[in-house]
Design a binder for this molecule. Sequence first.
Ligand code: ADP
Length: 312
Amino acid sequence: MKWIVNDLNIKKQADDLGISIWQTPSLLFLIMGIISIIVMIVVYFVSRNHTSPEYLILAETFVTVTIFVAGNMIITSVEKLTQINKMKSEFVAIVSHQLKNPLTGINWDIELLISKYKKGLDQKQLDIIKKINGSTILMTRLVNDLLDVVRIDQGNLFVNKDKFNIEGIIKKTIVKNESLTRQMNVEIRVEISDNTPQIVGDEKRLEVALDNLFSNAVKYNKEGGVVVIKVEKKNKEINLCVEDNGIGIPEKEQAQIFEKFYRSEKAIRKETGGTGLGLYIAKNIVEQCGGKIWFKSSEEKGSKFCFSLPLA
Ligand code: ADP
């Protein structure tokens, strides 16, 4: 029922797509339907009074031409939308690529400054450099997210089939988020058996997916909260879950949580930085690697995000 109402809300569609109302495919389709019905009724009445084949051929040609013109208008409108969408993706890809190189340079220089020339700097200077470092890490993450989104939208998110142990990416993710964890004063627990079997998937990309789930669990937690990473073997799969006892996701927003750019009102109010791309990317990566992703959440109690991957 809801989708019918959405389909008929042509003004909203035009606003969402950034085109005029007369270019909206739904409206064109509606007009095409109405015109076809009117033309067919007219043809019916006309042909009742004129039984000669010339009239019938003329009437049929008229119906065909009307449908052809209206159909052509719809196709042109859809083509225009596809072209705009393609141009937008290309623009984001070019900008992100151009931003990536200078950012990598800045990151290297900061790391060099901190590791080699630390002695020549006083505490205040070091604090400032660490702040700059934090900002460039955030910017790098954003640029990488944008590049991944473009790859997903263009159907170019190719994944490798590596055999690897999941413990490695868990450790790296925890280290990567150390400063965020400290800042939020969140305790991290890892529950994993010693002989976890190897899994198949793209190690680098799955690290990104786990990083998104883990950093969310920390970010949307409460002061002094807990994050538990749990790995379990189930039949021919491995389940990895990241559980927190943070702010949770309201039930009415849960259906949209994996949508591109979606951020819950609570998250926006909490003023945590974010783009709403993390879960969209994580879902696409896990599914491309042949796994599944799901979650359970309860407002004010916490969330549990899990994904499964095939065993090697
Ligand atoms: P971002 O964190 O950049 O906003 P994500 O795609 O990672 O984007 O998450 C989308 C939204 O899902 C978040 O804005 C937040 O509202 C909600 N969310 C994700 N993970 C959690 C979590 N562990 N606890 C509460 N809300 C979450």
